[in-house]
Ligand binder design. Structure first.
Ligand code: NAD
Ligand code: ZN
Length: 240
């Protein structure tokens, strides 16, 4: 079977994971060089760690921000931006917290696991984009609660409104393209099933098979940038 072409679909969802940003130089979680190999998440990425030692958690968080700050969106992110501009309906559902889809210029993005650059008050829940990074400023001016990163840590729940919006987009799409996710982090890993149930063509982009590979009828085994270019082959306005 020849590769499907993005131009032939009306409602496309790109479902992205850490592999989407790998070619930008952002470390993945689990693969070679994965971040949790080096850091114990129980010390740095859960609410109980934050309650115990907010300063240590902030230090780790700022380290992760630093890693991403040195990276730029890659040609795959940019191809998805053009797809949003040129095709009828394109939605991104991402597990990434790096903000690279938005930095590339995409607009319709559901961030399942939050955003590295946003903070929220631990006590009153108010959110702020580009919140404080200085330790002296880490308390909410409204209620004096701690600012915490507005990302989903281990043990945290996902934001209901974001999950609902993502589910609606996925359940209504006719082309579902998963890119660079190991498909083992729940509840995000449940979402692709909605696309399959609705009869969407499901495409998996990943250099390696994943526990979810069976759900997909097309497997593009290779890096995100090159495999996205295959889906846009013959459409110059998408290839840029
Ligand atoms: P993961 O690290 O578990 O898996 C990454 C997947 O990407 C692997 O299956 C790997 O084979 C694949 N991959 C590696 N290089 C690739 C490439 N060039 N092109 C395409 N695929 C490639 O990542 P995940 O499934 O997203 O894990 C979930 C958690 O990791 C999420 O909760 C997410 O919040 C978090 N995370 C986010 C970032 C980020 O924001 N960039 C980075 C690391 C982890
Ligand atoms: Zn507050």
């Amino acid at each position: 079977m020849s590769d499907p072409c993005l131009r032939d679909y009306q409602r496309i969802v790109f479902f992205t994971g850490a592999g989407m940003s790998a070619e930008s130089g952002v470390p993945t979680y689990r693969g070679a060089g994965g971040i949790w190999k080096e850091y114990d998440y129980r010390r740095y990425a859960c609410q109980s760690a934050f309650d115990r030692d907010p300063a240590a958690v902030w230090e780790f968080h700022n380290f992760r921000r630093g890693l991403v700050m040195r990276c730029d969106p890659n040609p795959g992110h940019q191809l998805i931006v053009r797809a949003e501009q040129q095709l009828p309906q394109v939605t991104i559902v991402t597990q990434n917290i790096d903000g690279l889809h938005a930095r590339a210029g995409s607009h319709k993005i559901h961030e399942l696991h939050g955003n590295l650059w946003r903070v929220r008050c631990d006590h009153c829940g108010v959110k702020q984009q580009d919140g404080p990074v200085q330790r002296e400023q880490l308390r909410c001016p409204t209620c004096d609660g701690w600012w915490r990163p507005d990302i989903v840590w281990f043990e945290d729940y996902l934001d209901d409104a974001v999950v609902q919006a993502a589910t609606a987009a996925i359940a209504g799409c006719d082309l579902f393209v998963s890119i660079g996710t190991s498909a083992v982090v729940y509840p995000a890993a449940y979402l692709p099933q909605h696309a399959a149930d609705n009869g969407a063509l499901c495409v998996e982009i990943n250099p390696d098979p994943t526990p979810a590979s069976e759900l997909y009828s097309v497997h593009l085994r290779g890096p995100a940038t090159a495999m996205l270019a295959r889906l846009a082959a013959g459409v110059p306005e998408l290839l840029g």
